[in-house]
Design a protein around this ligand. Structure first.
Ligand code: ADP
Ligand code: MG
Length: 726
């Protein structure tokens, strides 16, 4: 462990530099490390190529023989890149990625020699001994077998000398143990539901794909300074630390010029992204000092999820090269904006239409309004499940904290769409008997819906779920999170809603309305029934808390409370009835979340105790000794009066040290109590309330001490040093 002054010296010696300087243009080397379509064309027969493309589009199975050919093609390409190992790359429920590296080496018994081999069966399936991945009781440790299976929809890529094969991860008994399996199922579900609805507007639509463009926020801190902070290193956030005199008050960081050292880091990161086929597009400073954002061009949801998780891994490695540590935590610094991962989401047809893009013709507009209002209604009905899908230990510090987005789910549409929905609400008759008569003329009203022009300025940064022109932006997702759980919840909720919509339209047609009027009639009903979730005002305000309570919208502040929605009757109807999760999978996820929550807070508690007892209290006592000497000397040489300032400081320090000791005892007791509770849910509940509240109390005393004690004696990098990159 380095102490602060040594680290500050080192931090000052770090300079901006670039490690790679490719001479080619990005379009020339984009995807150079990916077994993409162009490489498949080169390394596979026409037949095998076609099989992979079809499998990607339809999820069709690939037979053994073709798999062998594909494996050989992959290996031949990988060999040209100097690759020696391969790994099934998958996303277990730990939240990171896992890979088990095997070399291509094999023993040829006929020839009695070592050869390089990569067969179709190795490509298609592996059996990692996965007993220590979380499974929430699905796979007890004696039955440790889990399978990873190649997901042909996501292309293989090379990292270092390893060919990584994107895979799903399932238990011996067939339950999913990862994020990817249910995500792929939810993609198929929304394809089915949205295609049926899109066909109402255009018979040629055969496929709908959900799309995702994430925006990843993160902090960078100097690596040497990072090393002075056991809390950052072990928990990803600062558990103590007094606010800097200046942080984000002046809002001078947002979109400001990027510091040189960071620019060079971004340069390397972009090159690495392009090699891996991640279409990184935008980078900029965020609101807080040292906070940045990277966003790619959107892709199909499953590929975008892979790319995001891959990016998080790659950016940590590249940051290290540049003497930075990357902080992906949702709230690394108290009192300063946290980080999120905005998930921009829409649906695209195989005919090239974005279903959330306002159109130019009345038919396109009606289609747009249809999909838009169905999303609104889906969110309205499943707000608690959406919240549960993105609740995490880290995200708890953002949701419901004094900063966006709040724990209350609402949807922002903007003034124009709100006016449009009001118009529909007021002009379309609700009663189908009335409608049959009156709506003969109403198709004219559809014609009169003006061309929808949305202003980019009509934005609301405080909303957890906002319509932004041609997509919804799910902002409540945490910065460390895998995008998948949020996307699974959204895909499934919208799919279920679209099935209902199609049914309701069919019914209205059977009731005598023409198709267009039937659609309008159903939209009218949905506009009213989902109205409560719409909110365009300031989501951070107290007025909204009160208003949301009046509207009966859930406001759940802790993650363990939020996760209860995962095992509710409603979740069962949503996920089990639509075959996204089975009952056991839902329960397992609930358990895994609770277990992870308890573990993470326990680690935080232990680190905090370590900091207090082994860093802060000794530093305080050393300083007290200096003051004692000072007071004694002054009293002896100058007179009692002159020792008063030192004595005052001594008293203050004593009071805080006593405060720390009292709270250390309380924290130890609270930990024992939380661990003694009979169920995971109760235990997690106690961690989220009793244990966490003591963190605050300890922090109060340490942060006060930081302000009193000699700056030179303080062992940990301070906020003002961590937050400003030179
Ligand atoms: P912002 O002003 O919110 O930064 P951008 O236009 O830069 O808006 O887009 C932010 C993200 O939204 C990007 O990742 C972009 O790729 C993504 N995005 C744009 N259109 C779509 C879409 N149709 N589906 C999903 N994501 C999209
Ligand atoms: Mg945005």
């Amino acid at each position: 462990m380095i102490l602060r002054f040594h680290a500050l010296k080192e931090a000052n010696s770090h300079v901006a530099f670039s490690t790679v300087a490719p001479t080619e243009r990005p379009e020339e080397y984009f995807g150079s490390h990916v077994f993409d379509l162009s490489k498949m064309k080169q390394y596979l027969s026409k037949e095998a190529y076609k099989v992979v493309v079809t499998a990607r589009e339809t999820g069709a199975r690939i037979d053994r023989e073709i798999a062998n050919e594909i494996a050989n093609g992959m290996k031949a390409w990988a060999a040209t890149m100097g690759v020696t190992h391969y790994a099934h790359w998958f996303q277990p429920l730990t939240g990171t990625t896992a890979e088990k590296h095997d070399s291509f080496l094999d023993y040829d018994f006929d020839e009695r020699r070592i050869i390089e081999n990569f067969s179709g069966s190795l490509l298609v399936q592996q059996e990692p001994d996965a007993s220590s991945f979380p499974s929430g009781g699905i796979r007890s440790t004696f039955e440790a077998r889990g399978y990873t299976a190649w997901d042909p929809a996501s292309p293989a890529f090379i990292i270092d000398k390893t060919l990584c094969i994107p895979s799903i991860f399932i238990s011996y008994t067939g339950e999913s143990l990862d994020f990817k399996t249910p995500l792929l199922k939810s993609n198929s579900l929304i394809d089915k539901a949205a295609t049926a609805v899109a066909k109402l507007f255009d018979k040629n639509v055969k496929r709908v794909t959900p799309t995702l463009g994430w925006e990843q926020e993160f902090f960078l801190v100097d690596y040497s300074l990072y090393q002075t902070r056991p809390d950052l290193m072990l928990t990803g956030r600062t558990l103590i630390g007094h606010a800097a005199a200046k942080d984000q008050q002046l809002e001078d960081h947002y979109f400001g010029s990027i510091p040189e050292r960071v620019k060079e880091f971004f340069k390397d990161l972009e090159i690495e992204c392009y090699r891996l086929g991640i279409p990184a597009k935008t980078k900029h400073n965020e609101v807080a000092p040292n906070q940045f954002e990277l966003a790619p061009i959107f892709e199909e949801v499953d590929l975008a999820v892979d790319h995001n998780i891959l990016l998080m891994d790659v950016m940590s490695k590249i940051a290290r090269r540049h003497n930075f540590a990357i902080l992906l935590h949702e709230k690394p610094f108290a009192g300063i904006n946290g980080s999120g991962k905005h998930n921009n989401w829409s649906m695209a047809t195989d005919t090239g239409v974005n279903l959330l893009q306002p159109g130019k013709t009345p038919n396109d507009n009606l289609q747009f309004i249809t999909f838009m209002i169905n999303v609104v209604k889906a969110v309205h009905e499943n707000a608690d499940i959406m919240l549960a899908s993105i609740a995490t230990t880290g995200n708890e510090h953002r949701l419901g904290g004094n900063e966006a987005p709040p724990a209350i789910f609402s949807v922002f549409l903007g003034s124009y769409l709100t006016a449009l929905l009001d118009q529909i609400e007021n002009t379309v008759p609700q009663d189908i008997n009335v409608a049959r008569e009156e709506m003969k003329h109403l198709s004219l009203d559809v014609e009169r819906i003006p061309q929808i022009i949305l202003h980019n300025t009509d934005r609301n940064r405080t909303s957890p779920f906002a319509f932004t022109g041609n997509k919804f932006e799910f902002r409540a997702v945490g910065s460390t999170a895998n995008c998948a759980p949020g996307m699974i919840a959204l895909n499934t909720a919208v799919a279920k809603q679209l099935f209902e919509f199609k049914n309701d339209v069919d019914k209205a047609v059977a009731g005598g309305l023409n198709k267009q009027n039937a659609i309008l009639h159903v939209i009218h009903g949905y506009t009213i029934s989902s109205k409560n979730i719409r909110f365009d005002g300031n989501n951070y305000s107290q007025e909204w808390q009160d208003e949301a309570a009046r509207r009966g919208l859930p406001n759940i502040r802790t993650a363990p409370e939020a996760w209860k929605a995962l095992v509710s009757e409603k979740a069962h109807k949503l996920f089990v009835d639509n075959s996204i999760y089975c009952e056991r999978e839902l329960e397992a996820r609930y358990e895994i979340n609770l277990e992870g929550y308890i573990k993470k807070i326990k680690i935080e508690a232990k680190v905090l105790l370590d900091l207090v007892l082994n860093y802060i209290v000794p530093t305080g006592m050393k300083y007290q000794n200096m003051l004692i000497e000072n007071a004694r000397g002054l009293a002896e040489l100058v007179g009692e009066e002159s020792a008063v300032p030192a004595k005052t400081l001594l008293k203050a320090i004593s009071a805080h040290i006593t405060g720390l000791q009292d709270n250390v005892n309380s924290l130890n007791k609270a930990l024992n109590y939380a661990d003694s509770l009979p169920s995971l849910a109760e235990s997690a509940g106690s961690y989220s309330t009793e244990v966490r509240s003591l963190f605050e109390k300890l922090r109060y005393h340490t942060d006060e001490l930081e302000m009193i004690i000699d700056n030179e004696a303080w062992p940990l990098a301070k906020y003002r040093e961590l937050l400003f990159i030179r």
